[in-house]
Each structure stands twice: as C-alpha cells, then as structure tokens.
Design a protein around this ligand. Structure first.
Ligand code: SF4
Ligand code: SF4
Length: 313
C-alpha cells in the first residue's frame, strides 16, 4: 500500500495554470484507469511457490511473459533509495520495468487530439500489461506491487528504465531506446523475487545529443536546455544531466494536449515507422504547432512529485 495520500493531480494542474485538455476519449480512458485498473492492483498470492533453478531463468521467464502480455521493452533493475519518491516506503528489492511503444502515426501533428489520445491509450494498455504480469507473478507464489505508468507510483520510472537497459537519457529528459526511439511509456512491478538484473547501455545516444538540438529548437516553452548541468548530478553512464525546466514545460503541456513535441521531432524516431506496419500512410516529420507559451509556473513543493537527489552507487 502507498505510504502517503494519493497525489493531488487537480491541485497540481491548478498550480501550473490549469488543465485545458478536454477530449472525450482521454477522459473515458482516464476513468477506466481509475475505476477499473486501480482496483486490480492487489490480489491473492498462491500458497505454493514455483521454484526457479536460477535468478537468470526466473528473469528470462518473466520477460517472455511480459512480452506475451504486450510489453515491447522489459528489463530488471535493483531498487536504490534514489529511485523512490520522497515520503514513500518501498521494501521490495527489484523492479521489473516494462515499456510499450506509442504509434508514430498518432504524432503526425503535435500537439493534437490524436497525440493526446495515444498517450492515454498506451497508459491504459500498458496498465493492463503490468496488471496481468503482476497477477501472473502472484500465481507463481510471489508477492509484488503494481507501479502503474500513470498515477501515484512509489518509484521513479526513468532511473529504473535506465538501469534496466531501456536506453539513454535524451536532452529532452525522456529515455531513448536504440531500436524504438523515445516514443514509449513505462510502468513497473516491484517484488522481492530473486531476479537477474540488466544494466545501463551505451549506444552513443548521449554523445549524439550533445550535437543535436532538434528538441530544444522545437520546444515552444523553451524548457529544454542548451547545456548539461554539472550541479544536477550524473546519469547512469556518468554524464552530467540535461535538466528540462518543468516550470516552463508543465504549463504548456497542461494547456496543449500534453504537448509531446520533443518526442516525435527526436531524430531517434526510426524512419521505418513511416511505413506504418498496420498500413497507415505517415510522413517522416510531424506538423508542429508552436504557440506562445503561458506564464512559467513555480510549483509549490508540496505539489511536486518529489524525489531525493542522491549520489548513485
Ligand atoms: S513537452 Fe513540449 S513544452 Fe515540454 S519539453 Fe517537450 S516540447 Fe517542451
Ligand atoms: S532531438 Fe536530438 S538532442 Fe533532442 S533528445 Fe533527440 S537526439 Fe537528443
């Protein structure tokens, strides 16, 4: 169970100048997530434990199951104190990170009705994947908890995804996977199962970001930085971090269909997606709607999703 009250999204949106995204499909999906998925986070654990011959075999088996349930990316990481939101208690040792890609065809115009619906669609479908895997783990006799892709997580999905080998942290603050780029969402399951872990990868992406500034150029709120910030600490490969200015990004994103411009303009969206595997005609570059940014927000500390800045082991 969560150790602090649920995050106050309405207050948070008010603090960033108000949410003006009103799309029926988005609202319907949000309602289903809250009313149907949130009630399935917990469940009975089978009395008899399935014993795996090794931690490697256990990890490989759960990864195969996660893919069967709809994950495009899956990896395992140890949970460190720096991965846990302030005020939360996590006693589990391992996180199984899951990623599911969003469709390139929904990001042909950004921000847009289609891109907003796609973000929420994947929050919903990945939520189903995470819940199904949690139910499966419990059927094997192991306790676990769901960390839903949208909502009130106890752990931070991004550092867990980096440790689980999902990719590298881009200038835009999202993880870039070498094969599927940055257009994906993440969720996790946390457990004390003995699992073999994955490791951060170096695919040369962070180095590429130092020369490419496409996301910065097209960010309407000017929230993406020109330089890395040594004072913000290192990422998992030892690089100083790029720090996105959330006080500029959030007010824009809350008023413009979750914005998302920085994701489809990222050059790591591989162009074979333009063929669209389900037959949809797509272009190689999105139509970008940049409007004047609203006032910057100074989000009160009690309304932030706060996390500790700790040196990594
Ligand atoms: S979501 Fe939009 S406003 Fe926020 S960083 Fe990306 S491009 Fe900028
Ligand atoms: S658009 Fe360029 S600078 Fe921005 S995250 Fe992608 S690769 Fe890095």
């Amino acid at each position: 169970m969560s150790t602090v009250p649920a995050f106050k999204w309405d207050d948070w949106y008010a603090a960033v100048g108000g949410r003006s995204i009103s799309i029926d499909e988005v609202n319907e999906l949000l309602k289903e997530i809250h009313q149907d998925q949130y009630t399935r986070f917990e469940g009975p654990v089978a009395g008899e434990k399935h014993v795996f011959d090794s931690a490697e075999i256990a990890s490989a088996h759960l990864k195969e199951k996660a893919k069967e349930f709809g994950a495009d990316l899956v990896g395992v990481a140890l949970i460190e104190p720096s991965d846990i939101y302030k005020g939360r208690t996590v006693t589990e040792s391992h996180a199984i990170a899951l990623g599911q890609r969003m469709r390139w065809r929904a990001f042909q115009t950004v921000p847009s009705h289609d891109s907003a619906v796609e973000c929420m669609r994947v929050y919903y479908t990945l939520g189903e994947t995470v819940i199904k895997l949690a139910e499966y783990i419990r059927s094997l006799g192991y306790a676990c908890r769901v960390e839903h892709p949208i909502g009130d997580s106890d752990i931070l999905h991004i550092p867990i995804g980096l440790k689980a080998g999902f990719g590298e942290l881009g200038r835009h603050g999202s993880i870039i996977n070498p094969e599927i780029g940055p257009l994906f969402r993440m969720g996790s399951i946390i457990t004390n199962m003995d699992l073999a872990i994955d490791h951060p990868i170096d695919a040369g992406i962070a180095k590429f970001c130092d020369n490419c500034r496409a996301c910065r150029l097209y960010c309407p709120a000017k929230a993406i930085p020109d330089h890395r910030s040594p004072e913000a600490g290192k990422d998992h490969l030892g690089n100083d971090r790029y720090v996105v200015d959330t006080g500029k990004c959030f007010p824009y994103f809350a008023k413009h269909n979750y914005c998302s411009i920085c994701l489809p303009v990222c050059v790591y969206n591989h162009k074979e997606w333009a063929r669209d595997f389900e037959g949809y005609q797509t272009g190689l570059w999105p139509d970008i709607k940049m409007e004047n940014p609203p006032a910057e927000a100074d989000i009160p500390r009690e309304l932030r999703h706060d996390f500790p800045v700790l040196p990594r082991k």
